[in-house]
Design a protein around this ligand. Structure first.
Ligand code: FES
Length: 284
């Protein structure tokens, strides 16, 4: 199985289809507000893993009921719920997928293909059940469950092995030693400009606005992009740093709150204090 996953990750032949689909997704899912909604920016966590609970739960429950006598109506209802709820889950997944790196997109493409086969089987199952062909409906549902399970396996690989939509910066925070760390003379920090510094080999960005100073990890939680090379932009009245790689934006004056995806997690902000004119910081 590992060898197969490795081959999928390295299957450059998938890129032609993947690149076209990526362009189609990016040109269809607009404006940014819609993308942010689907990424889960409003939730502070990726939305896709939460949405997939509904079809997976409904389809698994339908499989149990299909194995019991006298449960046809209940099983049909669950297949309908699962099939309808798979669509928003798929759209949010495609939205996340379009901002992944190439190796992740290859695995994501096969993940989406498996789930599409599963969805088609369940749609056929629903049609068969509604027309009274329950044995065919049950067979198609079990085939769909097999395809969706393969898709779920690939989704697990995508998240837990390849780190797709996982907070990429938080592990760095644990490399910072305990206690306060001197960072810079406060008077030497430029106003409303990003400055990059290191604490225990962990890169952080410093943003000063008058007497207010924000220190946050530099690695973007989405795909480790260098926020220190990002632009500072006013978004909804807040100064925000915009990641140069895919445009995620984090508030610089409000705890690193994410305001635009594809990142769905807030950025880690560090505590600050000034002692004898020296800015110090530590893990909050
Ligand atoms: S790395 Fe993708 S938005 Fe920052």
């Amino acid at each position: 199985m590992r060898a197969l996953l490795m081959r999928i990750e390295q299957a450059a032949g998938l890129d032609r289809v993947g690149d076209r689909l990526q362009r189609a997704v990016q040109s269809t899912l607009r404006p940014q507000r819609v993308r942010d909604l689907l990424h889960g920016v409003w939730l502070g966590h990726p939305l896709h893993p939460a949405l997939v609970q509904v079809p997976v739960g409904a389809w698994l429950s339908a499989a149990v009921l299909d194995a019991m006598p006298g449960q046809r109506r209940a099983a049909t209802a669950l297949v309908a719920v699962g099939t309808a709820s798979a669509l928003p889950a798929a759209v949010s997944g495609l939205n996340d997928w379009a901002a992944l790196n190439r190796e992740q997109r290859r695995v994501g493409l096969v993940h989406a293909a498996s789930n599409s086969v599963g969805l088609a089987c369940y749609a056929g199952s629903l049609a068969a059940r509604l027309s009274g062909r329950h044995n065919l409906g049950r067979t198609l549902a079990y085939l769909g469950l097999g395809a969706a399970s393969a898709g779920a396996y690939l989704g697990g690989h995508l998240a837990y092995k390849q780190g797709a939509q996982v907070n990429q910066s938080v592990s760095e925070a644990h490399l910072i030693g305990d206690g306060w760390h001197p960072l810079a003379d406060l008077s030497a920090l430029p106003d409303r400009e990003l400055v990059t510094r290191e604490i225990d080999d962990v890169s952080v960005i410093v943003y000063r606005h008058g007497d207010d100073v924000t220190v946050m990890l530099e690695r973007c939680p989405h795909q480790s992009g260098p926020l220190g090379q990002g632009e500072v932009r006013d978004i909804d009245g807040h100064p925000c740093v915009v990641c140069p790689w895919h445009g995620s934006a984090f508030q610089l004056n409000s705890g690193g709150k994410v305001v635009h995806g594809p990142a769905a997690n807030d950025q880690q902000v560090l505590a600050t204090r000034v002692v004898d004119g020296v800015l110090q910081t530590r893990l909050a």
